[in-house]
Design a protein around this ligand. Structure first.
Ligand SMILES: Cc1cc2nc3c(=O)[nH]c(=O)nc-3n(C[C@H](O)[C@H](O)[C@H](O)COP(=O)(O)O)c2cc1C
Length: 252
């Protein structure tokens, strides 16, 4: 019987005050629990357990601050990727990325997000259409009218997967769009977690009606996501600090 510790992606640190909380936390999340702020309890798995895989026991290790080991926070600080390797992305991973979207919060639990996944010839055909429409705009109004759209189109061309994201909300609320944006953010986080690179493409808006007509959709177009294995890391830049973006209004 071989023993392995829980995978990094399953590691969570939860506040635990009582031994019963600890057991509950470990059973519920397949993760780790913080025993006293200094130590972490990691469930260990017995592989080849008679009924598959089960917990074999608990081991106590020194604690690492949760924001350093929590995969969500690691993913939050990851960057947009604009260069991709050609290797295909297994469709199970694309499903995982979309699955993450389905857990986003949504206005009135409307789950307004919808997706069209493009790869191979379907993606090539769509990119050809998108590029062609952009060139028509450039011919009429000049290339400066396109902003970054042509560049975004080339990035989509390079990434093996494009996911077109739709807003199926029919109430006309702005908050329906917010739901879809939350879903898109979940997708980017999950992509990073799975070792994929991604880029949010808002530039599809340049051909808003054309893209709806191309896919014969009455839904609103929310954006697209380019997905693939990164050929280079995203570029970091100075972020506005918490104090630059926050106004604290508190009364003691
Ligand atoms: C609503 C939205 C639309 C975006 N559209 C594009 C786009 O069309 N093309 C592009 O290259 N990046 C696009 N981005 C990515 C941003 O440029 C990127 O998130 C920003 O520069 C911050 O960089 P980072 O993601 O690497 O931290 C978009 C991001 C958001 C949130």
């Amino acid at each position: 019987m071989s023993i392995s510790s829980t995978s990094r992606s399953a590691a969570h640190i939860l506040p635990v005050r009582f031994p019963s909380d600890l057991l509950r936390a470990c059973q519920g999340t397949a993760g780790s629990a913080c025993l006293d702020g200094l130590h972490v309890v990691l469930p260990v798995l017995f592989e080849a357990y008679p009924q598959g895989c089960g917990y074999g026991g608990l081991v106590v290790c020194p604690a690492v601050p949760s924001y350093l080991v929590n995969p969500v926070f690691e993913s939050v600080s990851d960057r947009s990727v604009r260069k991709y390797r050609g290797d295909p992305v297994p469709l199970e991973l694309v499903r995982e990325v979309i699955d993450a979207a389905t857990y986003a919060p949504s206005a009135r639990r409307g789950e307004q997000w919808r997706f069209t996944v493009l790869s191979g010839e379907e993606k090539t055909r769509f990119i050809g259409f998108f590029r062609g429409e952009l060139n028509k705009i450039a011919a009429e109004r000049g290339y400066q009218a396109l902003g970054s759209a042509l560049n975004s189109c080339e990035i989509m061309d390079q990434a093996p997967i494009s996911i077109v994201v739709w807003n199926a909300g029919e109430r006309g609320w702005l908050t329906e769009e917010h739901s879809v944006a939350a879903a898109m953010q979940n997708m980017l986080l999950r992509a990073t977690d799975l070792g994929l690179g991604s880029l949010w493409i808002g530039d599809v808006y340049s051909v808003y009606e054309g893209i709806r007509a191309y896919f014969k959709k009455h839904w609103k177009l929310s954006g697209a996501i380019a997905l693939g294995y990164p050929a280079e890391a995203g570029r970091d830049f100075r972020r506005k600090t918490v104090d630059e973006v926050t106004e604290w209004m508190m009364k003691n």
